[in-house]
Design a protein around this ligand. Sequence first.
Ligand code: NAP
Length: 299
Amino acid sequence: MPERARVGFVGLGIMGLPMARNALKAGFAVTATNRTLARAEPLKAEGATVVATPKEVAERSDIVVTMVTSSPDVEAVTFGPNGIAEGARTGLLAIDMSTISPLATRAFADRAREKGFRTLDAPVSGGEIGAIEARLAIMIGGEADDVARAMPLLQTLGKTIVHIGDHGAGQACKLANQIAVAINNLGVSEALVFAAAQGIDLEKTRQVIAGGAGSSWAMQNYAPKMLAGDFKPGFMIDLQQKDLRLVLDAAYADHVPLPGTSLAHALYTALQKDGGGGEGNLALIKAIERLSGIEARVR
Ligand code: NAP
């Protein structure tokens, strides 16, 4: 293997594009593809090699990152026609950084092992801004020697990088993270709508809460956008719902009631029903606003 791993990226969406860009900026040779190839154009202009299929990415890479949507999508780009498995030579390391089912992740690890390549699950948290600024939290499942191999690349993508355990442990941790994300969002939404109902200055309220015990990532990053009525994604409600579904299915299987998560999921379902699934997950405040008819906006 060359001194510096050649890196591939499959999936150049909201997260994948800035992540690939950061690997490129850090000096890795990057080969990338995207289902909609036009989305790869900016990366080509910045020095990446753009190819048509995940198979070609694998042929040119030592490590391949997948950043697609859900379990069937990871399966398609990894094991489907023209997928990574078709181009992988022995020892290739496929790191899936999408958020998918821990069970599916373990099954993919077994299938990859049979075909002679290695896998890690390394889902992320920190949003689009975390991807752009290379400040992602990365939670890893898999074997320690593969984690060591991945580390120089992962360090160009994130700041908090933790090897949680064996295959699937990264995804299980990410689902726990999504519980906290959804319920924090709900807390911020209720706090701001209540403040609006009280008629107090919303910007001052946000500022002081963000400096105290009521603070959270959502209060710091999402509340300003909620108050400005800026609901473009970030992290789409449809994707948040995919994650909460994974959480609730896994919790049900383990007989663990999650009342807060169930409530957040139901409120997001109401937003999806009204056609809001493509908005950012911070649009949860709209569901709370509709219950009272009070909007929390600074205009
Ligand atoms: P996104 O903007 O919708 O990007 C998804 C990417 O996956 C697109 O490049 C899409 O290709 C590709 N894709 C989906 N299904 C595919 C398939 N079957 N075959 C080939 N390519 C496929 O989503 P994102 O926000 O970047 O999220 C990506 C993953 O990261 C998700 O698992 C999400 O849950 C997770 N995540 C997101 C955030 C966030 O804040 N956005 C934060 C943490 C984790 P096209 O361009 O052709 O559609």
